[in-house]
Design a protein around this ligand. Structure first.
Ligand code: CMP
Length: 142
């Protein structure tokens, strides 16, 4: 995987539970991202705590960990030029009430916490997050 050409995403428990998994993957496909790793899994509380450790001091951390371990999620690594920034544009603002029309969060999020999907915020974090979920044998870089 070349730095700058991939990002990591998680489709969150509510979106999976409401049957929005395939519609969201369709949007990602239409936007030109190639799936190079993918798995459906459920995070333990300890795993969710580790994944969101950078938010440990934030007031929403406990609730977030609870929510993210409440049901299955879909984890994927996506390849495209300028992947991190393009993907953040595709998913829209963290808060769906501020997300632009046409973005995934505008269409599928229910609240700031249950905002349907996560996307890495930097190339460094994309690598850390991809390695959190996948081994080198599970990522099929083009
Ligand atoms: P995500 O992109 O996964 O990164 C951190 C997550 O924390 C965010 O999406 C939301 O699901 C959740 N969150 C809950 N409350 C807030 C908040 N007030 N500000 C930012 N993120 C929040």
């Amino acid at each position: 995987m070349k730095k700058g050409e991939f990002t990591f995403t998680l489709i969150k428990p509510t979106a999976v539970r409401l049957g929005n998994l395939v519609p969201i993957l369709h949007e990602i496909d239409l936007a030109g991202f190639a799936v190079i790793a993918m798995k459906m899994t459920r995070l333990s509380r300890a795993q969710a705590e580790r994944f969101y450790e950078i938010h440990k001091e934030r007031p929403f951390y406990r609730d977030l960990v609870e929510f993210m371990s409440s049901g299955p999620v879909l984890a994927a690594v996506l390849q495209k030029e300028n992947a991190v920034n393009d993907f953040r544009k595709l998913i829209g603002n963290t808060n769906p009430s501020q997300a632009e029309d046409g973005t995934i969060r505008k269409k599928f999020a229910r609240s700031v916490q249950e905002n349907a999907i996560h996307g890495s915020d930097s190339d460094d974090n994309a690598l850390i997050e991809a390695n959190f979920f996948f081994s080198q044998f599970e990522i099929f870089s083009h």
